[in-house]
Design a protein around this ligand. Sequence first.
Ligand code: AHM
Ligand code: MG
Length: 333
Amino acid sequence: MITLGEFIIEKQQDFPEASGELSALLGAIRLAAKVVNREINKAGIADIIGATGVENIQGEVQQKMDLYANDKFKLALEARGEVCGIASEEEDDYVSFDSERGCNSKYVVLMDPLDGSSNIDVNVSVGTIFSIYKRVSPLGSPATLADFLQPGDQQVAAGYVIYGSSTMLVYTTGNGVHGFTLDPSLGVFYLSHENMTIPKNGVIYSINEGNYLKFPMGVKKYLKYCQEIDSATHRPYTSRYIGSLVSDFHRNLLKGGIYIYPSTASAPQGKLRLLYECNPMAFLMEQAGGLASDGERRILTISPTELHQRVPFFCGSENMVNDVQGMLSQFKD
Ligand code: AHM
Ligand code: MG
């Protein structure tokens, strides 16, 4: 049984120039994940369910657990001292860690500390998403906005934690995707899914179909294609939508499928955020052999202009993403 800590150190040895800073940073994420996991498991007993009554900068109601998770990840990252700043769904602006240690750290972390938080109150899986870059500003100074506005193909690591029927941490440093399952009695993550890959063809599609009438024509055509009967291509496909990106992504990664959050008539850029939702998931998906696009371009090549920028998201099995992209280019509104 290999633990996450052992695995990170083992992989670090493949890079003779590695200083151990990224390993320490991943260690901080691992610790915060355990703390958040413990708290989420008490939902229903402790006073952690429900809204705070405050909205974040994106006009979404913050849940108590959103803020708790944000605080724990921020504290763990600042304490470990390997990052010069963080950006988060729950923070209006980026936060730079201006201590001497912070200014001399070479990484930044972008995160969605608790994704799918509307599912906590009803005991449905939620997750944490994280994305790690090397800073572009000089060492020895505070972090700058430019450190956070890098295209996704510059990520050095990305991953998620899924707080599900078991808790897993899945990450990549650009050398495959590896999954670890928490043994809650010992508080240790063990390697359970080495080199995860997604099937090229899937039979699951995940989309909030309630918005159907607002979808672009190409997406409507693709959904009808998914529902047609054709035994050669295993259609009709199966519809599965949890409403927690991490959970929908994780299932599709293991089984093969596509996750779609397209532009809609009322939200032309879709709902999901490029920097701390789509980019890390796109990095993981490509590392697992799948694709992630905004309908036209690879997500990882988009140059961000804003911290909380949104983007349409099509992510999953290679052939499924290619099919929907084909329909988007064929059927324009
Ligand atoms: P959140 O970060 O506020 O939780 O929003 C992101 C979530 C995703 O996890 C999920 O896939 C999507 O929003 C669901 O949106 P909708 O309710 O519109 O289907
Ligand atoms: Mg989110």
